[in-house]
Design a protein around this ligand. Sequence first.
Ligand SMILES: [Zn+2]
Length: 431
Amino acid sequence: MNFIAKCFPSALFAFSLLVTSSTHSATDETIYLSADAMFDSESGKLIDNPALLIKDGLIVEVSSQSALNAPEGATIISLEGKTILPGLIDMHVHLTSMATDHGYKRLRVSHERAAINGVVNAKRTLMAGFTTVRNVGAPSFADVALRDAIAEGDIPGPHMFVSGPPIGITGGHCSDNNLLPSEYNLLGEGVADGPWAARSKVRRNIKYGADLIKTCSTGGVLSKGTKVGAPQYTIEELTAIVEEAHSHGLKVASHAHGTEGIINALKAGVDTIEHASFIDEEGIELAVKQGAYLSMDIYVTEYILGEGEAAGILEESLEKERMTGQTQRDNFKKAVDAGAKIILGTDAGVYPHGDNAKQLSRMVRFGMPSNEVLRAATSVAAQALGQSGNVGVIASDASADIIAVDGNPLEDIDLLETPSFVMKAGLVYKN
Ligand SMILES: [Zn+2]
């Protein structure tokens, strides 16, 4: 209860509905769950023969099978031969987007259709073992509606932290409305130029239910006519956005590919840098010094260059990706080696939802130890959300978000792509 109250102060009532109206299983029962091993997302180590007690959607005790017996009347879940982990966290998704709708194909998607996409994709994401997501950019407030419908138990999906419409400059990546000629006068909902206009957009997003603020401090790969290396927003504008968000207790995620825009965003005090493709030594140093998190989507390039054209991605975007993908992977390794805080952020929605875990093996391949990759997708992501102890960990008082794989995920990270068990808030969705 504590967890949801902290995430969404107004959703306390919604959470009690979830407990009483869910059709998956009753959560007022006590569950005794045991497995062969458990990934401890704090230490990054495996622990043998764990046993847990779960009640009211929360983990109430974590111990070993020899020290903890099942209480009388408890529901027993015995995951023999399996390793349990905290439910995974993807810090960069767009649940309202479909990977098949890119470029001009996206123009046919109404906000209402986007919301329905979200219902489909929320379930896919949960069944893939992602029990928490940060949704960084959605049309209108479809993401707020989706988050609330999930929290109220109407539809299955992960815990969601949402940004509402991203805030950006006229013609910029966060506007992403550059496809039609000027007579259509199409403007992104979050378009604002100047510090006060940008502050006003932050206030509007908070008013309608955002949990965080998403902005763009450089151009992007998939937006027509923007340059990945070009800064967007001045430091003055970015500082206004960050000050306004922080004063309301919200964190700020900034899309930033280019070297200068990354540094601008860090100097302005953003909490997470998205993509970080052309981050240089100064940027890495600044991120380390300020404790900012890097969310580098090093899997998505494979989808964009492999299947993007058929999905409608413009040739100019494919060309931008060709210039960006490898550099981003090289810089990922530099950031890891420098001790920067790395979180799992995949940009799901650009590629199909449910494939989120494919990035884990790429993070290992491009230079991060497997236990650190799993921490980036659990406890470190939870820190970046401001939800340490609530999600991303198997510990007392955390939400009972637990997945299981058939084997040792530290030796074979690909196992995470096919979890055999998914529990969220004490409810079993896959077994
Ligand atoms: Zn994105």
